[in-house]
Design a protein around this ligand. Structure first.
Ligand SMILES: [Cu+2]
Length: 148
């Protein structure tokens, strides 16, 4: 439940910070999130941004990347996959829910969501996008947070 609380707090603070202009939100790629004792994790796993904002994933630990999950992003968004162990940025110009994964650690549950512009229009599709069981389990509380 702690992770849900963290995500909720983050959403509240980001919403306040994003009222004015485009911003950059940082997500860490970690071998272990010590706060939650979760291995192979994005921190935070759920970020809420405004349309036009950029997310920067920093390679706090090497060996990870960021790749959109097929069917887990708004219609018309091109596939995206970053290089391993490198910081990467992506500018979110289209509202909606973006489910992403770490290519080598998807089976270990390394997934995250960027939620853009409060848009839930692809929620059902994003929930149906295939990910292995552990990843699905980690996405569940994030989808609950978005569904509120
Ligand atoms: Cu990884």
């Amino acid at each position: 439940m702690r992770s849900i609380w963290i995500a909720g707090t983050l959403i509240a603070s980001l919403a306040a910070a994003h009222a004015a202009s485009a911003a950059e939100v940082v997500v860490e790629m970690l071998n272990r999130d010590k706060a939650t004792n979760t291995t192979n994790a994005y921190k935070p796993a759920l970020v809420k941004v405004a349309k036009g904002d950029t997310v920067k994933w920093v390679a706090a630990n090497p060996g990870h990347n960021v790749a959109f999950v097929a069917g887990g992003v708004p219609t018309g968004v091109a596939p995206f996959s970053s290089a391993f162990a490198k910081e990467v940025t992506y500018k979110f110009d289209k509202p909606g829910i973006y489910v992403y994964k770490c290519t080598p650690h998807l089976g270990m549950g390394m997934v995250g969501i960027v939620w853009v512009g409060n848009d839930k229009s692809n929620l059902a599709e994003a929930q149906k996008a295939y990910v292995p069981p552990l990843a699905k389990k980690r996405l569940e509380p994030l989808f609950v947070e978005i569904s509120k």
